[in-house]
Design a protein around this ligand. Structure first.
Ligand SMILES: [Zn+2]
Length: 124
């Protein structure tokens, strides 16, 4: 896995540069940028309909001082079809999960807002 140290996005190995900023990727995972959070487990929030939206959620979480990064998922036809990042998942620390999920679910997706966020999914 590779990641963009600027955007904190993990990409698959076949991606050579960041699809967001065009910068070079670094071997490893963006979670390595969070040295101060130690070995705490990272968990996924609900999948989002695109990198652009995942970045909005990440900004909102950062505004609440919740450490987070994005995993971009290769979907559909891959890079050549221009499909890269059609799905993305925001990763947060286990201890921040409930707080982060509430923030994410409080944000309406740009389109099709009932497709990916299930109002019944937060039953815990
Ligand atoms: Zn980038």
């Amino acid at each position: 896995m590779r990641y963009c140290p600027i955007d904190l996005i993990d990409f698959d190995d076949e991606v050579d540069e960041c699809t967001e900023c065009g910068g070079p990727l670094v071997e490893g995972s963006a979670r390595e940028s969070f040295e101060d959070v130690g070995e705490e487990e990272w968990v996924e929030l609900d999948p989002l309909p695109g990198l652009a939206y995942a970045k909005l959620v990440k900004e909102a979480l950062e505004g609440e001082e919740i450490p987070c990064y994005i995993e971009a998922l290769l979907a559909g036809g891959g890079l050549e079809a221009g499909y890269y990042g059609t799905q993305a998942t925001v990763m947060v620390q286990d201890s921040k999960f409930d707080e982060a999920l509430e923030i994410q679910q409080g944000m309406a997706p740009p389109d099709d807002d009932d497709l990916l966020i299930d109002p019944d999914a937060d039953d815990f």
